[in-house]
Design a protein around this ligand. Structure first.
Ligand code: GLA
Length: 417
């Protein structure tokens, strides 16, 4: 697969597997290696990794029973972990604040007084315990090349890398088959919802645990089923440019929760568990009198429809026709769901003017990243145009990466126990 890579120095590099493993092992031995008194440092039991993602289409529908279509990025979070004989938990990450944390398994729980990154990292241990798994303490070093807070699912990457590490070190036997992976994904979602307090859906964790190289993951959140859809843009001279706006993105500030609550309230009133299950969406829309509710539901209903069209086009090899579907998704997220922001709108509009076939915000919104489906030979020009547009407005310079559909998480240091 060949695609263009922005030559701009603002590209967000991804690490090779070897580099990720080396960095995780280095941080592990720097942090925990000293205690053996200068003799041979005890190595971690292994290194596990899970990817960030971009969602191609199907935004803000994963908590409405809808379908979505993420791909995994080559950017991954790596966890070197050693099981402990007691209930202590020690965590190290050079990117987080604070960089070291120490406590016990009992400190990891909803309402516990822990930094949010510790909730993401250790939250899955709490959920797995709630689900009946026996878990002891652990020492872990977390390193990542998934940009934090860019809407590229850095949080699910930590959760899922950790869940995979705990699964193997505690012989839970879940990572080896799809049903087990679904259990791990659900444990990570619950950790994010309950331990961290971010009421997100399940797309990001499914992307981290079920994606395949060269494929987009069609996740149907109504029944949890997954399907793989070939996604090889390089073959047709296209690339997916990801634009990190560097506008602050957070899912814990109430805006995301408010959107979710509105959708759930309408579904309840209509007598269905999720908006996906509305028997006659147009009739519901006609009945709604509150303009905000009407806009939110219209986004969900039309976005679900767009996923179907997008997947049909992909399966038919009609890559040339994908752009308008992406554009319509952005308009709907901006005007009906109201989760875009000036930085995302400028990125999307500028990308289109500079030659992208279509563009839209991706992920939760309110900042974060946009994607632009771009002819390979226009990638640099699109990146340069967005950079200029931001400079003219005195905004932080955006960053870019060209997304290649990558594989789900797993053990990455080769040595299986
Ligand atoms: C965030 C959440 C996902 C999903 C998207 C919007 O990324 O974590 O569950 O709801 O927003 O599609």
């Amino acid at each position: 697969m060949t695609t263009g890579t922005p030559t701009t120095t603002t590209g967000i590099p991804s690490w090779s597997g070897e580099e990720g493993v080396r960095r995780a092992r280095d941080l592990f031995s720097q942090t925990y290696g000293q205690e053996v008194g200068g003799a041979r440092a005890t190595p971690p039991d292994g290194v596990w990794a899970a990817p960030g993602r971009v969602n191609l289409i199907g935004e803000h529908v994963d908590y409405n029973g809808g379908p979505c279509l993420p791909i995994a990025l080559p950017h991954r979070t790596y966890v070197a972990l050693r099981r402990r004989p007691d209930r202590m938990v020690r965590l190290a990450s050079d990117d987080a604040e604070p960089t070291r944390w120490e406590g016990t398994l009992d400190d990891i729980r909803p309402g516990g007084d822990i930094p949010s990154w510790v909730g993401y990292a250790a939250g899955p241990a709490w959920t797995l315990g709630q689900q009946g798994a026996w878990l002891g303490g652990f020492d872990a070093a977390v390193v990542s090349c998934v940009p934090w807070g860019a809407g590229l699912s850095s949080s699910a990457a930590i959760e899922c890398a950790m869940a995979l590490a705990l699964d193997e070190t505690h012989s839970l036997g879940l990572a080896g088959d799809p049903a087990g992976r679904a259990t791990l994904a659900a444990a990570c979602v619950r950790a994010e919802n309950e331990v961290v307090g971010a009421p997100t859906g399940g797309m990001d964790q499914a992307a981290a645990l079920f994606t395949r190289e060269g494929q987009a993951l069609l996740l149907d959140t109504l029944d949890g089923s997954v399907d793989q859809v070939p996604f090889d843009l390089g073959r047709v001279g296209l690339a997916l440019l990801v634009i990190d706006t560097r506008a602050k993105h957070t899912l814990v500030d109430g805006q995301y929760a408010a959107r979710r609550a509105t959708c759930e309230a309408v579904a309840t009133r209509e007598g269905v568990p999720t908006l996906r299950q509305l028997p006659d969406p147009q009739a519901t829309l006609a009945r709604l009198t509150d303009p905000v509710e009407q806009r939110r539901v219209r986004h969900v209903v039309t976005e679900i429809d767009r996923v179907g069209r997008f997947v049909a086009l992909l399966r038919a090899g009609r890559y040339d026709a994908l752009g308008p579907v992406l554009d319509a998704s952005h308009t709907s997220l901006r005007d009906d769901y109201e989760v875009s922001c000036a930085e995302l709108d400028v990125a999307v509009e500028t990308a289109r003017t500079a030659g992208a076939l279509g563009a839209r915000m991706t992920g939760g919104g309110f900042g974060g990243s946009a994607i632009a489906l771009t002819p390979t030979d226009r990638v640099d020009a699109v990146a340069a145009a967005v950079t200029d547009a931001y400079a003219r407005r005195d905004w932080n310079p955006p960053r870019f990466l060209v997304a290649l559909a990558s594989a789900a998480g797993g053990r990455v240091d080769g040595a299986h126990r």
